[in-house]
Design a binder for this molecule. Structure first.
Ligand code: IVH
Length: 691
């Protein structure tokens, strides 16, 4: 090293520059852990502190600011228009296949063009994210530009907006990176956050977005990137474009995805290297029926790519637009049009009033839809839905059907506007709205509508699971004056039931037996069945396992409850308030007298072969369903998490395990199979632990 005399100020500036660089690296590492790995290592407070320090440094010394600084994620000054961006490598679109036959025809064409080698090369099958295509230009590993697809040749330079997307790496993590490369991918808007944004927009009387794709496109094309920064956009990478002549260190598309992950880019979960088209077809089927309904982002199909990159090059592009080597297998449409016959309101067990649509029955994706949720009053008004409208209805997998929008140009003038009734439709109590909430409530705790819903919930399959005690029966029991609260179920006699319409001797005895059998349900189910606000089945299981008995939970302080892993302050307060109320304490006493199990088997602290373990389950296990495997882990004291992080104890991987398995390997986390899981939970020491 050459040592020269450095003026004092320069030395100081060099030190500050080093500090700024260290801050940038730490903050970006924290972003990566939080948004890509789903495994934060910094507390929010510490993150904020580091971030503020960097902002102040850069404000005082603007020369220290860099293009890859995380401070650039908060947005730049508004622009008046987007500059044009010419893509170095064109952004292609895809041909579609709407059936398996069309997929086979595609393969036949490839074989005719490139010979039987195509079949041997295998395919990379990936989710087709329904968002907005973007190209991210990296030079020397640093993000220098982000552009939309435009017409495929020229797009819009939306760099300041792209920088606000938290999981877009501002700097890639690889070593031997090409000098310049473009990461291709899709910007999308997660479902849950989309609905929340629409609610907020509706509440402020602003225009809402009709779907997450439009929300992503709209947010990405805002001239004020500070507003984009408030939108929770996310990104998935699916390809790399390099200048002609440059080569990537891999020769398969499936390896491109791995490379992207190594560089720190988020890659969509679920992808599969398939050795032949039959495997592709099976995978598509699984994604459409099992995976799509559970995803928190929209997909409109699966993209199938010839896995070999040299073969892709041989196959080339048709008409400069669509590659021959890839095809989109689109899913059946999940939207249909039908008539909105009426808007009615249902009273939930917490008193919340839910408007729902009564529809002219219509078939969507193989099921008949007659009702759809309308969420809340603000959304009905923002969508300007009127009774009598022709409406677009969407049904996605298991999700409750939704009314997307009216077909306004088909109006006749006879449609009627709707607004939330000012009185509860069941008990006529004046409805109330809490500050900052969109929902209206019936405040009457004695409201028969609320009471009925609580009783139905208590008996439902995920709660006490009392067979034969559905909504109609519960209604009948309430109307006959036999049941007021859930403890009354347990004193019903076959003789009383036989007097009611529709009961014979056998069915009356069966129902009484089913109710009696529910006494042995574990505490976790009872806690969920009680309908404590904010306590879903997962929280109920956490509480039951942690405290072991209802008495211990009832004695616990709010802070003790909040200290349970996975239980937040809001839940803790709700639980604590619930058990402080005399009417709830007396209900518990009545249930105790009726002989209900107020304990969690295996939930006594210290027990369970998997106590304290965080387990991730991925892929298809040979004998256990996902639900069964989860229940097994939980029964032995473990916790099942959705994503792999450094805190994961081990991963149980089955067939076709995808990115979670890859991430586990990357982080060096133990991976076991189902057989090993079963062995672990049957080890003798666990027998001592489980009571
Ligand atoms: S490959 C071959 N892979 O679908 C070049 N595209 O109609 C085409 N898309 O706008 C891109 N997920 O942005 C590819 N896993 C995926 C994709 C995907 C979504 C979008 C893409 C493009 C459109 C093609």
């Amino acid at each position: 090293m050459v040592v020269t005399a450095v003026p004092e100020e320069d030395r100081e500036l060099a030190e500050l520059a080093a500090r700024a660089a260290a801050l940038r690296e730490r903050i970006e590492q924290a972003n990566y852990e939080y948004y890509v790995l789903d495994s934060p290592s910094l507390s929010d407070a510490e993150y904020d502190r580091l971030f503020r320090e960097l902002v102040e440094l850069e404000q005082r010394y603007p020369e220290l600011r860099t293009a890859d600084s995380p401070t650039q994620r908060v947005g730049a000054p508004p622009q008046s228009a987007f500059p044009k961006h010419v893509h170095a490598v064109p952004m292609l679109s895809l041909a579609n296949a709407f059936s398996d036959e069309e997929l086979r025809a595609w393969e036949e064409r490839l074989v005719r063009l490139a010979g039987e080698d195509v079949r041997k090369a295998g395919y990379s099958a990936e989710l087709k994210i329904d968002g907005v295509a973007v190209s991210l230009v990296y030079e020397g590993g640093v993000l220098v530009k982000g552009a939309t697809r435009g017409d495929g040749t020229v797009g819009e330079d939306v760099t300041p907006n792209i920088r606000t997307i938290k999981d877009v790496p501002l700097r890639l993590r690889g070593e031997s990176l090409p000098a310049r490369l473009e990461v291709r991918g899709e910007v999308y808007y997660p479902f849950a956050l989309f609905e929340r944004m629409n609610e907020e927009l509706a509440l402020r009387g602003e225009r809402i977005f009709s779907n997450p794709r439009n929300a992503a496109a709209g947010s990405l094309r805002l001239l004020d990137s500070a507003v984009t920064a408030t939108r929770p956009l996310r990104f998935f990478a699916y390809g790399i474009a390099v200048a002609p002549g440059e080569r990537l260190p891999v020769d398969r598309q499936s390896e491109v995805l791995e490379l992207l992950e190594e560089w720190g880019c988020p890659v969509a979960p679920y992808r599969q290297r398939c050795s032949d088209l039959a495997e592709v077809v099976r995978w598509v089927q699984r994604i459409e029926t099992e995976v799509r309904p559970q995803l928190d982002f929209a997909i409109d199909g699966v993209v199938i790519k010839v896995d070999s990159l040299p073969l892709q090059e041989d196959l080339g592009v048709v008409g400069g637009r669509e590659p021959r080597w890839a095809i989109a297998r689109k899913f059946a449409p999940d939207i249909a049009e039908t008539r909105l016959l009426d808007i009615r309101v249902n009273v939930g067990r917490t008193g919340v009033l839910n408007p729902y649509a009564v529809l002219e029955p219509v078939e969507i994706g193989g099921a008949t839809v007659s009702y759809a949720t309308l969420h809340n009053e603000a959304l009905v008004l923002a969508k300007d839905l009127r009774i009598g409208d022709l409406v677009q209805v969407k049904r996605a997998g298991e999700v409750i059907p939704q009314v997307i929008a009216p077909v306004s140009d088909r109006r006749t003038g006879s449609e009627r506007r709707w607004s939330m009734p000012r009185n509860c439709p069941v008990c006529a109590a004046p409805v109330v709205r809490r500050e900052d909430e969109v929902a209206w409530y019936c405040p009457n705790e004695e409201c028969p509508g609320r009471r009925l819903e609580s009783l139905v919930h208590f008996a439902s399959a995920d709660a006490m699971d009392i067979r034969g005690l559905g909504e109609a029966r519960v209604r009948q029991l309430v109307e006959a004056g036999l049941v007021r609260d859930v403890s009354d179920f347990y004193v019903l006699t076959p003789e009383q039931l036989q007097e009611l319409e529709g009961f014979g001797r056998r069915s009356a005895e069966q129902l009484v037996a089913a109710i009696a059998a529910s006494r042995t349900q574990p505490l976790s189910r009872l806690l969920f069945a009680l309908g404590i606000p904010h306590v879903g089945s997962v929280t109920a299981a956490l509480l039951a396992r942690h405290f072991g008995t209802l008495d211990r939970l009832m004695e616990a302080s709010e802070s003790e409850i909040a200290s349970v892993h996975g239980v937040g302050d809001v839940i803790a307060r709700s639980v604590s308030e619930y058990f402080a109320a005399p009417r709830n304490r007396s209900l518990v006493e009545r249930l105790r007298v009726m002989g209900l199990t107020l304990e969690e088997p295996g939930g006594v602290p210290g027990g369970g072969a998997l106590r304290g373990k965080t387990v991730v389950i991925t892929g298809t296990l040979p004998t256990l369903s996902r639900q069964e495997a989860t229940a097994l882990v939980e029964r032995h004291g473990g916790r099942v998490a959705d994503s792999v992080s450094r805190r994961t104890s081990f991963v149980v991987a089955g067939e076709a395990a995808g990115s979670k398995l890859a991430k586990a390997r990357e982080l060096g986390i133990e991976v076991i199979d189902e057989a090993e899981l079963l062995r672990r939970v049957s080890e003798p020491e666990s027998e001592h632990d489980v009571q």
